[in-house]
Design a protein around this ligand. Structure first.
Ligand code: ATP
Length: 319
């Protein structure tokens, strides 16, 4: 490959900018030309591409969001849209593409690789729902945001001897709830991967208050149910009336943590290296400290294993 492009797609995540920077500078360092695509696959179809130089990615490593903007594009899900996308890349003389996004965006990269464009997928999502990498870019920051919010809630819950239900993001994956719940000392963590008995949890919370506990924090992953519904059921079972906080999109914002910046920097540079080796259609990640490149097909048909050891630890320590 001589000329590559980079785009961000789907929901944004903190660290996407650090990944773009690493792709651009990693490519220029190796003598390649690099183009940025604005607004994901939509921008590709609109021929919204521009050449990037060293300075174009200055002062972004510390910024949340994505300077390339992101979008969801229905047209690109069709075979005609994908063919047009490949044609646009060829028109610009681009033979390699790095896609930073979630599993939907990976599907698009896979289609382009089947049309002869060399592609690499980087896991840019706060959800941590992509197999073949221990962590996705943005997850660490999203957990930090959630932990910070729960710390603040705990202050006021303790003063008033109240309980809180905190709804966190993650789509079908419970990792944000698990990590934020463990790190903030939540009494219960409700995730889609593990069945739970809400009646028993509610009665235990009532018992804990009787025994001198001064707050109760329940973290619920959005993939389980809404915080409102969980709180309503807790009231039915125990009479306790928890306050509900939905953290929402603040979890996708803010300056990325050093972990996310380092992960993004390593993976961005690795993507360029893989493209230069002539590899294509791979999802990249780091697992147990080692780089991995797995076929996108495998990643899209595999469910990331849930960390039951951490879950059990959180439960043991939550009494
Ligand atoms: P996140 O999980 O963070 O929201 P995502 O990448 O999964 O990110 P999606 O909205 O699922 O987000 O996908 C982003 C874009 O990728 C879509 O708008 C579409 O353009 C493209 N895409 C999704 N699925 C496919 C598919 N099966 N084939 C081709 N392109 C796809």
């Amino acid at each position: 490959v001589k000329k590559i492009a980079v785009l961000t797609s789907g929901g944004d995540s903190q660290g996407m900018n650090a990944a773009v920077r690493a792709v651009v500078r990693g490519a220029l360092y190796r003598g390649l030309e690099v183009y940025g695509v604005q607004r994901g696959y939509q921008g590709l179809l609109n021929k919204d591409l521009f050449q990037m130089d060293i300075r174009s990615v200055g002062d972004i490593i510390q910024r949340g969001g994505t300077i390339l903007q992101t979008a969801r594009c229905k047209e690109f899900v069709t075979a005609e849209g994908q063919q047009r996308g490949a044609d646009v890349l060829r028109e610009f003389g681009i033979d390699g593409l790095v896609v930073i996004g979630g599993d939907g965006s990976y599907q698009g990269a896979l289609k382009l690789s089947k049309l002869g464009i060399k592609t690499m997928g980087l896991p840019g999502t706060i959800d941590n729902d992509i197999p073949c990498t221990d962590f996705t870019i943005g997850f660490d920051t999203a957990v930090s945001v959630a932990v910070d919010a729960i710390n603040k809630l705990r202050d006021t819950m303790t003063s008033h001897e109240r309980s809180s239900v905190v709804e966190v993001m993650g789509r079908h994956c419970g990792d944000i709830a698990l990590y934020a719940g463990l790190a903030s000392g939540a009494e219960a963590i409700l995730v889609p991967e593990i069945p739970f008995d809400l009646k028993q949890i509610s009665l235990q919370m009532k018992e804990n208050f009787k025994n001198g506990k001064r707050h109760g924090i329940i973290v619920v992953a959005e993939g389980v149910d809404s915080g409102e519904n969980i709180a309503r059921q807790i009231t039915e079972y125990s009479g306790i009336e928890p306050r509900v906080t939905v953290l929402g999109h603040i979890q996708r914002g803010g300056t990325p943590t050093h972990n996310d910046r380092i992960l993004a920097s390593r993976l961005g540079d690795y993507a360029v290296q893989k493209l230069m080796e002539g590899d294509s259609g791979k999802a990249l990640g780091i697992s147990k400290g080692v780089f991995c490149a797995i076929p996108i097909e495998t990643v899209c048909t595999t469910k990331k294993p849930f960390n039951t050891e951490l879950y059990e630890l959180a439960m043991r320590l939550s009494q």
